[in-house]
Design a protein around this ligand. Structure first.
Ligand code: SF4
Ligand code: SF4
Length: 442
């Protein structure tokens, strides 16, 4: 393993991946009812195109938004619209959902585009198809993919990186995808590379997934795609760290990958793009890892969007004991859930269930100035100082120390022996600072 394929800082939390990394992707039967949220991506929320009583097809566009940073939403089953109802959103508050009663027939929308070979599509046609298919970042960020594929003219892109690191503990959906469908990932990489007009393409995979590296290397044979093993360290899959590890390029504070000529997409996003190009079907399902020591049978499921979390938990054999904590996403950056009546959205990478004895309740103590939070911060920040300013409401001082460059990876909180709420204070401080600046600008 070359030394350059890693980055400075980071942590080594217990992986927990052995619970599910051997579990093949299982297609979960579509539920009787789906609740499809109108907010499933970064950017503006969609507006429904259907109403109560309408008949819809599988793959039919049912919600849309004209804003640049948005992506349409499609029916994940065929059936009848029961109405627009409010459900808990897995990330924030509540959300209006289009509720569809499944007729069990999976009648495919007749208006879908014909399957197409990327060799016969122009760059613009690929980008248009990806937008119309509602593809967003499936690694958890849910940023609309077509926007990443259309950088401003003054930001020339020379490299595409596919993120196959899957560095968050417990999550194994990307791992199973790379092992079971490497051809789809490679085809997706070729489609995205053509859309960006780049020839330098890397797929970065942590070396704790040797079977994925082997499968992808075989699938990419004869192409210009390089599959590269990465050091096993959290947050290896963060964009800045991936770019540093693979290209030795630094993304300056406040900048984006495109500022250093790079676009990063998740392997799941590439596979979703490939699937929609090859079949004409939009993004209506995704792989979700259901795991944690508090679930009976950790699994990887292919799930229709709008399936409720309670159905995933039941499909994985139900909870082991009384669940104490349920998290959507990974344990480092995921979101604690207070209900299981929450629908799967495009950013649902996983659902983790932990029982009483696996959740430590600890009170924060005084900082002992050990410096561990500083040494692990992959963004070279002073988490202890920023958190102190944020907690005291001294937002401009926190800004001077780079609060906006924090990517909320949680490494500082993880290592703090005093259990201080570092990332929590920083997150709240960031939100308040952004809101304050917006207000000042309006
Ligand atoms: S300050 Fe932010 S970027 Fe640095 S370790 Fe903490 S959460 Fe991660
Ligand atoms: S890791 Fe915790 S105790 Fe150590 S310096 Fe940072 S905040 Fe203080």
């Amino acid at each position: 393993m070359s030394k350059r394929h890693t980055f400075r800082g980071g942590i080594h939390p217990p992986e927990g991946k052995e619970l599910s990394n051997h579990r093949p992707i299982e297609v979960l039967p579509a539920p009787k009812v789906v609740a499809i949220p109108l907010r499933q991506h970064i950017g503006d929320q969609c507006t429904p195109l259907v109403k109560r009583g309408d008949e819809v097809f599988l793959g039919q566009k049912i919600a849309e938004c004209d804003a640049l940073i948005s992506a349409p939403i499609h029916a994940s089953v065929s059936g009848t619209v029961k109405g627009i109802e409010t459900y808990p959103h897995p990330v924030s508050g509540t959300v209006d959902c289009i509720v569809i009663e499944n007729d069990g027939e999976d009648r495919i929308c007749p208006d879908l585009p014909e399957p197409a070979d990327i060799a016969h599509l122009s760059r613009q046609e690929i980008i248009h198809r990806i937008r119309e298919a509602g593809i967003v970042g499936l690694g958890g960020a849910a940023f609309p993919t077509h926007v990443k594929l259309t950088p401003p003219a003054d930001k020339p892109i020379d490299t595409l990186i596919l993120n196959g690191a899957e560095c968050e503990p417990y999550l194994t959906g990307d791992h199973r995808l790379m092992v079971e469908h490497p051809d789809l990932v490679v085809y997706g990489a070729q489609a995205l590379a053509k859309a960006l007009d780049v020839t330098k393409v890397y797929i970065g995979v942590e070396v704790n997934k040797p079977d994925a590296i082997e499968a992808l290397t075989k699938a990419a044979s004869g192409t210009n795609i390089q599959v590269v093993g990465l050091g096993v360290k959290y947050p290896q899959g963060a964009e800045q760290q991936l770019i540093k590890s693979l290209l030795n390029r630094e993304v300056p504070p406040g900048c984006l990958p495109r500022d250093v000529g790079v676009v990063v997409n998740n392997v799941g996003t590439a596979a979703a793009a490939a699937n929609s190009l090859k079949t004409g079907l939009p993004l209506y399902q995704r792989i979700v890892t259901v795991s944690g020591e508090g679930i009976t049978q950790p699994s990887n499921f292919l799930v229709r969007l709008g399936t409720l979390f309670e159905e995933l938990i039941a499909a994985a054999g139900g909870p082991k004991g009384t669940p104490r904590k349920i998290i959507m996403g990974g344990p480092m950056t995921g979101f604690t859930q207070y209900s299981t009546q929450v629908p799967v959205v495009k950013e649902t990478t996983g659902l983790l269930v932990f029982a009483e004895d696996q959740v430590k309740a600890t009170e924060p103590g005084p900082c002992i100035k050990c410096g561990r939070c500083v040494s692990v911060c992959p963004q070279f920040l002073l988490p202890v100082t920023i958190a102190k300013f944020a907690h005291a409401g001294m937002l401009e001082e926190a800004a001077e120390y780079g609060i906006l460059n924090c990517m909320e990876c949680g490494s500082c909180s993880y290592v703090c022996p005093a259990h201080r709420f570092l990332v929590q204070d920083i997150k709240i401080g960031k939100q308040e600072l952004i809101a304050k600046r917006r207000q000042q600008a309006s």
